[in-house]
Design a protein. Structure first.
Length: 446
């Protein structure tokens, strides 16, 4: 870093960081055992209190910006596992986003890095039609025979091992016609109990469209009328976590506007990462007089799919699967951001024929963390290795999670361990729909 770059970053830390929140850290160390990067490295620089000490030093001027400082901030997964165990209630996730914003808006980036950030943050994720276009190209790659040819001729061997494995676990995506033909209103299959709005997301409504369809079916079976605003867009989590706070605020306002006219009891989400960021809109817009109250009204209605299913007694309906052991991998942001922990387990324990076995350290990050597994593959795979050891100990046939990134990461772990013929990873809504329809077929045939 040159002198001017250091000066810009230092000044940004002084203006962007919540210094009172930094001072809330008492350096007690309760966060250390919960932090995946500290557990793996044993280095205080890569612990929550170490990172907070760095932030404080940058604001106070006792530490200069450096590549080592940036490395400490970059290596954080942003899993927020430190927050529930902190006696002082330090909101580390907010501090991390402020720090990344201070760094990435003021550091010298390569031409390639600038292009990548502009292409993805500014020109792709905010526009659902472009997401559909990109997903359609992926579908063409999968269905045209190009994928099989690339594998057969060894083209994929040109890529790092983790990317080779990742290419194998990408779900089969829908055709463009299906992606464009999305519903805006759905009636319940049974007596109506609630009217809900559904946050369909960007990746969830393209690459994971079938999981979104499973989500709305579950809601219909549970007695929900569903409205799906067509003007909604990406939640902005990727932007907020990557130092693009201004863009994240723009996207938050767009979603608030899209949903506030919907007369619904709740806004339902099915992706832990998206849901946690939506809940954070109140914090994101707290200093904007025109939007702070609107954000609070919006976030107060956010509810994960597992919570509403429990509220509507879906777990008391007939749910059944073939005999098998199932286990659950917590989505960090669902647990630490949305405080949703027991509801997924209640639902899984209600499935007849399936034995639920709790995984050791089920709430420790799997190493996905948005795009972390692509930009920090070594640490990500190290963390995933530990997670797979705990998974194998459960002897589970099915690993269940509640976030698309976690789902792909667990599939990646299964592939790396050579267990694709023995273990599967599924999103919780896909498994619940499978269990509900399996039980219904049994009733109809008896």
């Amino acid at each position: 870093m040159d002198v001017q770059e250091k000066s810009r970053i230092q000044a940004a830390f002084k203006t962007k960081m919540d210094y009172d929140e930094i001072l809330n850290c008492t350096r007690c160390g309760f966060c250390l055992p919960s932090c995946p990067t500290y557990v793996e490295t044993g280095d205080e620089v890569h612990s929550p209190r170490g990172r907070i000490a760095i932030m404080k030093g940058l604001v106070d001027g006792t530490i200069e910006p450096s590549e080592e400082v940036k490395r400490s901030i970059d290596l954080c997964l942003g899993c927020r596992a430190c927050e529930p165990v902190c006696p002082s209630g330090v909101q580390f996730g907010h501090l991390l986003e402020q720090a990344r914003d201070a760094i990435y808006q003021n550091n010298q980036q390569s031409i390639f890095e600038k292009w990548i950030r502009k292409a993805s943050f500014n020109n792709l994720f905010p526009y659902q039609n472009r997401m559909i276009g990109l997903t359609s190209l992926l579908g063409l790659y999968q269905r045209s025979g190009i994928q099989q040819t690339a594998r057969r001729v060894g083209f994929m061997k040109l890529f790092p091992a983790h990317l080779q494995a990742m290419e194998k676990v990408i779900p089969e995506v829908p055709k463009r016609k299906e992606l464009k033909r999305r519903p805006s209103h759905l009636k319940p299959y049974t007596k109506q109990q609630k009217k809900v709005a559904f946050f369909s997301g960007c990746l969830m409504d393209t690459m994971f469209m079938h999981t979104n369809d499973a989500t709305t079916k579950l809601l219909q079976y549970a007695g929900c009328e569903i409205v799906i605003p067509q003007s909604q867009g990406c939640c902005g989590a990727l932007h907020g976590h990557s130092g693009e706070q201004d863009r994240a605020r723009e996207m938050a306002k767009r979603n608030i506007e899209a949903f506030e006219q919907m007369e619904a009891d709740y806004i339902i989400t099915n992706a832990g990462g998206c849901g946690a960021f939506l809940v954070d809109y109140t914090y994101l817009l707290k200093d904007d007089p025109a939007w702070s109250e609107r954000a609070r009204f919006f976030t107060n209605r956010i509810m994960d799919i597992s919570r509403i299913l429990i509220e509507l007694d879906f777990h008391k309906l007939a749910l059944q699967l073939d005999e098998q052991i199932i286990t659950y991998q917590d989505s960090c942001h669902l647990k630490n951001g949305q405080k949703t922990f027991t509801e997924p387990r209640q639902l899984l324990n209600s499935i007849k024929g399936a034995q639920y076995v709790e995984m050791q350290d089920a709430d420790r990050c799997c190493g996905s963390a948005g795009i972390y597994n692509m930009i920090e593959p070594d640490m990500s795979m190290q963390i995933l290795g530990y997670k797979m050891k705990q998974t194998i100990k459960t002897k589970a046939k099915t690993i269940v999670t509640a976030n698309p990134g976690c789902l792909l990461q667990m599939k990646l772990g299964i592939e790396r361990e050579g267990l694709a013929d023995q273990i599967r990873a599924v999103h919780i809504v896909d498994l619940l729909l499978e269990a509900y329809e399996y039980a219904r077929r049994g009733k109809q045939s008896s």
